[in-house]
Design a protein around this ligand. Structure first.
Ligand SMILES: [Mg+2]
Length: 410
């Protein structure tokens, strides 16, 4: 089988409301680049990348010449052809390769009549529990949805998500407001949902000392772990030692070198595996196996997904032997998806692992066109800027917190 073509389409899909985070904001929509790889056997496969508010179409256009004529079943040789360590010093293609690998796995699965998870040894589970993933949101100016900053508003938002989707674990995207305010929000969540698991993710903007004060304040508040409270392995080791709190990361352990260092001298207890950050579903799975052997926990991270990447996350979650926690996803914040039939539907906080061959999802060409047109209309957005604070940019440890009492209208 030979690759005959690679097409990349940038789409933007609206969110229910803009999602604030410690580095800036998702300004009311996700921008994702959807790729389709075609072969001489008439089988095609889908891939996806994005997350930073920008199109990756131009990068994929430049990679087409590398791919045409290659066998999509030879993923490991493709990895070396596109991402060898010397070349990657100049043009880091790790995330682009992930999208290409997704498409190749989709093609291989369709050719063999097996699922992507079966190519990695088969599913250990078919129903995947997800978290609520709570963001402080700007209000959607058209619908009025969003606008949470107080503990009461965040509890109400969480209750709405629980009622609609059935989530039983809640993660607050923190590092935006003063840490004391975010502690109050967590305390309110624990009081409202005492049986549910809680997480707080500061995206590494706190100092070790701030992280310690948050850990001490939330010691009895149902925390599963602290997620990326501080930046880097050294800070996490100090905070882990000082706090005695389990630590998780999707920022400071995102490659095998860092994973080896973390295994030798632990800083993090839970490695949150991202199918894009790790350079594909296979690499994320391999990292999960290393975690299993080194008695580290693993779980699956979300870097902001539409249905194609969500499928890769479902297949990864299905095969990880040492999966210990519910999976992250931004997915429920989307108003629509590019899949035939629209968004996947949660039941009791869970999504099923797709049953069809390959990734098991079918992209709607009408939806692809619709949201490509919307991207043409709206363009990208600066993920690392806050629309309510145009002169601010994040410096770590953060000292310039957003004001939870500010109106925050975009
Ligand atoms: Mg995180």
């Amino acid at each position: 089988m030979k690759i005959t073509d690679l097409n990349a389409t940038t789409v933007t899909v609206p969110l229910e409301a803009p999602l604030r985070h410690s580095a800036g904001c998702h300004w009311g929509r996700f921008v994702r680049t959807i790729i389709e790889i075609r072969t001489d056997e008439g089988i095609s496969g889908w891939g996806e990348m994005g997350g930073g508010g920008e199109s990756a179409e131009a990068v994929f256009a430049g990679m087409k010449a590398y791919l045409v004529g290659e066998d999509p079943m030879q993923i490991e040789s493709l990895r070396w052809k596109l991402c060898n360590p010397t070349g990657s010093l100049y043009n880091n293609r790790n995330q682009e390769f992930a999208a290409i690998e997704f498409a190749c796995l989709d093609i291989i699965g369709k050719k063999l009549g097996v699922r992507a998870c079966d190519l990695l040894g088969g599913a250990l589970r078919e129903r995947i529990p997800f978290i609520s993933y709570l963001f402080f949101r700007f209000p959607n100016e058209e619908t009025g949805i969003g606008g949470e900053s107080s503990p009461e508003a965040m509890v109400q938002h969480t209750r709405d998500l629980v009622d609609r989707y059935g989530f039983k674990t809640h993660k607050l995207k923190a590092g935006l407001f003063p840490p004391g305010h975010e502690v109050e929000v967590m305390e309110a969540l624990h009081a409202a949902f005492p049986e549910d698991g809680l997480r707080i993710d500061a995206n590494a903007v706190w100092s070790v000392e701030t992280g310690l004060s948050v850990a001490q304040a939330l010691r009895d508040q149902g925390l599963e772990y602290l997620e990326d409270p501080c930046w880097g392995l050294e800070a996490a080791r100090r905070l882990r030692q000082l706090s005695g709190m389990p630590m998780a990361t999707n920022m400071s352990v995102i490659n095998f070198e860092q994973l080896a260092s973390n295994a030798r001298d632990p800083a993090f207890d839970v490695i949150l595996l991202d199918t894009t950050f790790w350079g594909g579903l296979r690499n994320a799975w391999k990292a999960g196996i290393v975690c299993e052997k080194m008695q580290l926990n693993s779980a699956v991270h979300s870097s902001g997904e539409l249905g194609v990447q969500l499928a890769t996350m479902l297949h990864l979650t299905a095969v990880l032997p040492n999966l210990s926690y519910a999976t992250d996803a931004h997915y429920h914040h989307l108003t629509d998806d590019i899949l035939v039939g629209g968004k996947m539907q949660y039941v009791d906080g869970c999504l099923p692992v797709p049953l069809g061959p390959g990734l098991g999802v079918e992209v709607s060409r009408d939806k692809l066109d619709q949201y490509a047109e919307l991207y043409q209309e709206l363009g990208g957005y600066p993920y690392d800027r806050d629309p309510s604070r145009p002169d601010w940019y994040s410096v770590w440890p953060e000292r310039n917190w957003a004001d939870p009492k500010a109106a925050g209208l975009i």
